[in-house]
Design a protein. Structure first.
Length: 183
């Protein structure tokens, strides 16, 4: 039975995903050498919560919008310049969505840690004792991903593509989806 979810509109079509998962370049060649050949692909969705993060610097305050996956907080943060507009969202009827696993309190703590890392990576080392205000936003949405299934030596492995940012994800995303599929 499928449910209706609200998703950010993907930037990668099914055909583009197949092409990207099977193109002839070094990363795909190495993946296929270790994990086997592409057998099929599927779309899947991960719930995200959006937070407005305000932090103080010596020169004043900065505000940013971050989205944290609501499954276990292990995926990379999304950053938005503004809350997604209705035309950027679509309603999807699907069974292919990972269930939420975080409590809001734990999610907020994870977001605080991840946001600090992002802020420090961008050179804000002068932020000694960060004063952060975190406010959950009313938009709850799912992010679309493409899953490529590879069969090698009798073991099916999953490669993940972020369908918004058009990038192949790493081991954390593959592990998240493989655990969900195994459950």
């Amino acid at each position: 039975m499928s449910s209706k979810i609200q998703s950010l509109r993907p930037n990668v079509s099914r055909e583009e995903a197949v092409e990207l998962f099977s193109r002839r370049d070094a990363s795909v060649f190495l993946w296929q050498a270790r994990k086997g050949t592409l057998q099929r692909i599927a779309d899947a969705y991960v719930p995200y919560w959006i937070y407005r993060v305000r932090y103080l610097l010596r020169g004043g305050a900065e505000t940013r919008l971050f989205a944290l996956d609501a499954v276990d907080g292990s995926l990379d943060l999304f950053e938005f310049s503004a809350l997604p507009r209705p035309e950027e969202l679509i309603a999807v009827g699907t069974r292919n969505f990972v269930p939420q696993g975080l409590t809001e309190g734990h999610g907020e703590n994870l977001l605080r840690e991840k946001a600090l890392r992002v802020i420090f990576q961008r050179g804000f080392l002068r932020l000694r004792e960060p004063q952060m205000e975190i406010a959950g936003q009313p938009v709850k949405l799912h992010m679309p991903y493409w899953l490529g299934f590879y069969d090698g030596r009798g073991e099916v492995r999953c490669r993940v593509m972020d369908a918004v940012r058009r990038q192949v994800e790493g081991a954390k995303a593959s592990a998240l989806f493989e655990q969900w599929l195994a459950a």
